[in-house]
Design a protein around this ligand. Structure first.
Ligand SMILES: [Zn+2]
Length: 239
């Protein structure tokens, strides 16, 4: 009897640890990917979004700002219109629904109203998985986005699993030591097709300078060609 119990306990431990570390474990029903700017969700984890979708997980792409500060020579309104359209094109390529929040690129805020806004978006969607920026980042909007999501995770009673992801590590993301990986080799071409919909951002140089080496390095760490890497937020959640 004791031996049977031990076998079950060991099986439970294996299942627990696989679930706890594996985004692709097949158990997520709805994922929100919350990025600070149009192109961030795609560049951070567009491959994982596509693979989750293949598994039947509903994936929603949340843009925290609409890139108002991201086109030199254009007003905030002009840039927002252009980048909103590019984000729609990118989401159409991925077959993923977008949500546009109301923060402004380059001057995002953390205050009570913004905490409540983030919580309201998450509560309305009821995800069981949320992926956002790693909070140690050279870009203020990335940091603010991460902090607001983290606060919502706590205030919703840890109602979803929270993973952080990197973007342009070294230049933007700092001190990132991943504990979770997704092999994106089979969907990387589609990820790049979606990413490159953000035409105003001249992203070819970012791919060559940052995303190729970053995703290749993560691939080597995970023993595959291309990978995206994550850090799981540990806490008194459901696992
Ligand atoms: Zn960004």
């Amino acid at each position: 009897m004791k031996r049977i119990f031990l076998v079950f306990a060991l099986m439970a431990a294996v299942v627990f640890s696989a679930d706890a570390q594996d985004i692709m474990g097949g158990h997520y029903k709805k994922a929100l990917v919350i990025g600070a700017h149009p192109d961030d969700p795609e560049s951070m984890c567009g491959g994982t979004m596509l693979k989750l979708k293949e598994q039947g997980c509903e994936v929603v792409c949340v843009y925290f700002t609409q890139g108002e500060g991201g086109i030199p020579g254009k007003s905030e309104e002009e840039a927002r219109e252009i980048r909103h359209g590019e984000a729609l094109n990118s989401c159409a390529v991925m077959g993923i629904r977008p949500i546009f929040m109301t923060q402004i690129d380059g001057r995002s805020e953390i205050n009570k109203a913004r905490y409540d806004e983030m919580k309201a978006v998450i509560e309305a969607e009821k995800p069981d998985l949320v992926i956002t920026h790693w909070p140690i980042d050279s870009h203020r909007d990335h940091r603010n986005c991460a902090i607001l999501v983290y606060d919502s995770w706590r205030r919703t009673g840890y109602s979803f699993d929270l993973f952080y992801v990197e973007v342009m590590t070294g230049n933007q993301t700092q001190n990132f030591n991943p504990d979770s990986y997704v092999d994106i080799t089979s969907v990387r071409e589609k990820k790049l097709e979606a990413y490159l919909c953000h035409k105003s951002q001249n992203l070819e140089k970012n791919i060559a300078g940052y995303h190729d080496p970053m995703e290749r390095m993560r691939g080597m760490e995970f023993h595959c060609q291309w990978a995206e890497a994550f850090i799981r937020q540990i806490g008194p959640g459901k696992k």
